[in-house]
Each structure stands twice: as structure tokens, then as C-alpha cells.
Write a protein that binds this ligand. Structure first.
Ligand SMILES: [Zn+2]
Length: 474
């Protein structure tokens, strides 16, 4: 396949600018649905590069689409930029909060959004230099971590008409991902009881907190009788005000996950039965607020092959001594055996595992022996039911770094994350050029997509009246 000379050179020349953008988003560290400055910065940069930008799409002020070019093929690129609560951290290999108790980029989405942005601008340069037809669409996707921005965008039909969609995620390995993710429903259940003096007149009270606790007990018994890979978790958001007042209101936030959408729906109904039972037991009433729902990821081997080839051409992150030194010091903060057990769990051959055991930062491409087991959930799942979709990771953190940790935040704000991000931009640009030039590769991806979806159209799991949960973490 042709090397994307112009695009790769553009990324090389503009590495400093891209790094600066990602550092600014790292500092903003805005939570999902509230990424106003981060989304604005990315949208402005794309507009300045000649893209037509539509802001505030799908009812979310921080969602946008930036388009360049026209006609087919139309290739999509996904960008994210939301941070996580509680993982604020300075660029330091020991725990030092930047903002005490504040959010941080513990999943590296500051890199994610800018890496994809670098790729589309570079690809635009390549298309202009070659006089190529086609459309590039960059999707500014809010709230991956909490409220599934892409599912709301999919509900609006924003991913329709794409021939393929590519994305990446910061990780500790350079790897084309394959396998699925868990479908999910997220909801609040709020119980309403009667307040009264908890000691003076307890018999007059009806405790909403009792209902939350009994619902949770019911769900904890239910666990044994749901599909093996299903997951249910909750946090109590409101458990009353003080012990001498019987709580008249209490609220619990649930996730229900499973490998298939229909399994989520079945388990979800049974979890709601636990709420009904708890209300009956306690003489309370309850309300369910559906927050969001997403699909499991539909892999696309044909597109994954394109990414593999692109990674071979574009190369892995280039780390210097400063990065290696920082990574060694970060690794000192891990409990013994953490890195080794993370390597052990991966479906890799022994030779690759040995190689990784000897590395601190990975600058080699690794290939999975089989699918990664589905563990987490991602709203990329919904995109993958709208058009052929594939993703990869690059090393943006030391081996053994857990996601959603302060160690990840630290590395996402310095040279390690920058090197991983620039490598990702190169891979996306190279893969994008491949898809623009190779009609057959696109047809293979489309054929596989049709086979996997069996022609079923995407039906968003979020009911039409449900709005993004702007209030939930505000
Ligand atoms: Zn993430």
C-alpha cells in the first residue's frame, strides 16, 4: 500500500502544535457533557484547517461534527476529550494532585481527541496533494466515560452514510484491538418514603434508604442467576440526610452490562423487579430514570487488517531517555506483580509476553492470538452497529499502568502520552489513505458488516424522550 508521505510529514512538522493542544485539554480536565473548552478548542482547530464544523449536535453543546471534502468514500474518525473524576495529578511519578479531589485525564482522552484531529488534517493535506475525492468526518464525541455521547449521536443518525469509521485509544500496548465489549444500561432508581423522627416516631416513617438497601440485596442474590459474563454495579447517590430523620428520599445509580444487547434488556427488567419488591416491602414508591444504553462492539476483521498494515507502515511511538526514566519511576508506584499479571492475562504468545516483561515502555507491535475478552463497555459499540468500525491502541503509558488511575493521568500529560498520540495520528492517517485508495478493502469491510448485523438496522437503546444526563454529575 502507498505510504501517506504528505500526511506523515505533516504530523512530523506539526507535532509540537498537536502536543500543545493535548496539553491544554489535559489541563482543562472537563467531565463528560461539560467539556465546553475542550470541544471548543478542537472544533476551532478543525475550522481553522478548513473543515466545515457543526457544533452542538445531537442535543449536546459539546458534541460536534467537522467535515472536509465531498462524495464517497466517506471515512469517519472518532475523537473524545472527557476526563474522569478524582484522578487529578501533576506531571509527576509520585502521587501529587494538580487540583485536590479534581478530575484528570486518567483515560488519556486528551490524547484521543487530538490524535484523531492530527490524522484528519494530515489526511486532508494528503488528499489535496494527490487530488483525491472523498469525505473526512471528524466526530467530536462527548461523555464516553459516563453518558455515552456517541449513542445519542447515533440516535440522530450522525454515523449514517459512512463507508467506515476508525478510532483509537491510549493504552500501554501497540495493538489492533479485536473482540467485543459489553452492552450496557445505566439508570437511577429513586425511592420515596415518609420522613419521621427515627427514634421518637419510627413507626410513622417509611424509609427510602431501606428500599435502596433491600433492592441492592435482591440484586446481589440475582447475580447467581444471570448470564456468566453479565455485570451489575451500583453506587448510592442519596442515602438520606442525617441518622435521626427517616429518609424520605434515597437514590441508587445502576449499571447493567452483558455481552449482548438482549441480555442487558433481560437482566435490566429483573433488576427493576428488585426495585418493585423493595418498594412493596418498605411501603415506598419508586421512579426509574433511564440514563443511557449502549451496544456491544461489533468487530470488523477486514478493517482491523487495514489498521494492522497501517501500523506496520506508520510505526510505533518514539520514546527518549526522559520518557523511559519517567516510566521507570511510575512503575515503582505499582504493587509488586501488577505489570506481570496484566501481561499474563493477555492472549499473546509466550515470546511476546517475554518481550513485554523486559520492556518498561512498549515500542513494538503486538498481535493478539485471539479476541480480547469483553470486560468494559464503550459507546464505540453503537457506532460499530451503524457502519464498519475498528480501533487500535498505542502505548501512551508504561506497561502495567491501569486505566483510570493517577499514573495514567500523569503520563497523558507528558512525553510518553505525546509520543503515543503522534503514533496514533500516523496510523489513522495511513489507514485513512488506504481506505480512500482501495475500494476493495472498503467492500470487504462492508460485506463483513452486513454479515454480522444480518441486515438489521441500528435501533438506539435510548428511548427518544431521554435526554443526555447533564444533571447527573453537575
Ligand atoms: Zn477511555
Amino acid at each position: 500500500m502507498d505510504r501517506a508521505e504528505r500526511a506523515l510529514a505533516w504530523i512530523e512538522e506539526n507535532g509540537g502544535r498537536l502536543t500543545e493542544l493535548s496539553d491544554r485539554i489535559w489541563e482543562f480536565a472537563e467531565l463528560g457533557l461539560h467539556e465546553h473548552r475542550s470541544a471548543g478548542l478542537l472544533a476551532d482547530a478543525l475550522e481553522a484547517a478548513g473543515f466545515r464544523v457543526e457544533r452542538g449536535v445531537a442535543g449536546m453543546p459539546t458534541a460536534f461534527v467537522a467535515i472536509w471534502g465531498e462524495g464517497q468514500p466517506a471515512i469517519g474518525f472518532l475523537g473524545e476529550y472527557d476526563a474522569l473524576p478524582g484522578v487529578s495529578q501533576k506531571v509527576s511519578p509520585v502521587r501529587e494532585e494538580l487540583v485536590p479531589g479534581g478530575p484528570g485525564h486518567g483515560c488519556g482522552h486528551n490524547l484521543l481527541g487530538v490524535g484523531a484531529l492530527g490524522a484528519v488534517i494530515a489526511l486532508k493535506e494528503e488528499m489535496q496533494a494527490r487530488g483525491l475525492c472523498g469525505t473526512l468526518r471528524y466526530f467530536g464525541c462527548p461523555a464516553e466515560e459516563n453518558f455515552s455521547g456517541k449513542a445519542f449521536m447515533a440516535r440522530e443518525g450522525l454515523f449514517e452514510g459512512l463507508d467506515a469509521c476508525l478510532t483509537w485509544h491510549p493504552g500501554t500496548l501497540n495493538l489492533v484491538r479485536t473482540g467485543s465489549s459489553l452492552a450496557l444500561n445505566s439508570m437511577n432508581v429513586t425511592f420515596y418514603g415518609v420522613a419521621s423522627h427515627a427514634s421518637g416516631a419510627p413507626h410513622l416513617g417509611r424509609s427510602a434508604l431501606d428500599a435502596v438497601e433491600l433492592m441492592n440485596v435482591g440484586v446481589n442474590y440475582l447475580r447467581e442467576h444471570i448470564p456468566e459474563k453479565a455485570r451489575v454495579h451500583y453506587v448510592i447517590r442519596d442515602g438520606g440526610l442525617q441518622p435521626n430523620v427517616v429518609p424520605a428520599r434515597a437514590s441508587v445509580w445502576y449499571y447493567v452490562r452483558a455481552p449482548e444487547r438482549h441480555q442487558v434488556e433481560e437482566v435490566y427488567e429483573r433488576v427493576l423487579k428488585c426495585a418493585e419488591g423493595a418498594a412493596l416491602m418498605t411501603g415506598t414508591t419508586y421512579e426509574v430514570e433511564f440514563l443511557d444504553g449502549i451496544y456491544n462492539l461489533l468487530p470488523n476483521r477486514a478493517l482491523e487488517k487495514v489498521l494492522e498494515e497501517a501500523m506496520g507502515v506508520a510505526g510505533t511511538p518514539r520514546f527518549g531517555e526522559a520518557e523511559l526514566d519517567f516510566a521507570r519511576r511510575i512503575a515503582e508506584s505499582f504493587p509488586p506483580g501488577q505489570k506481570e499479571s496484566m501481561i499474563e492475562e493477555l492472549p499473546l504468545n509466550e515470546e511476546t509476553k517475554d518481550l513485554l516483561r523486559a520492556q518498561v515502555l512498549s515500542d513494538t507491535i503486538v498481535t493478539l492470538r485471539e479476541d480480547l475478552p469483553p470486560r468494559g463497555s464503550t459507546d464505540v459499540g453503537d457506532v460499530s452497529w451503524c457502519c464498519p468500525t475498528a480501533q487500535f491502541t498505542t502505548a501512551c503509558a508504561a506497561l502495567g499502568t491501569p486505566g483510570h488511575s493517577w499514573q495514567f493521568t500523569a503520563q497523558a500529560g507528558m512525553g510518553i502520552g505525546h509520543a503515543g498520540m503522534l503514533a496514533a495520528a500516523r496510523v489513522l492517517a495511513q489507514a485513512g489513505l488506504h481506505l480512500l485508495l482501495d475500494q476493495e478493502a472498503l467492500e470487504r469491510a462492508q460485506a463483513e458488516f452486513r454479515k454480522r448485523t444480518q441486515g438489521r438496522p441500528y435501533r438506539c437503546p435510548i428511548p427518544p424522550e431521554v435526554q443526555p444526563a447533564f444533571h447527573q454529575l453537575a
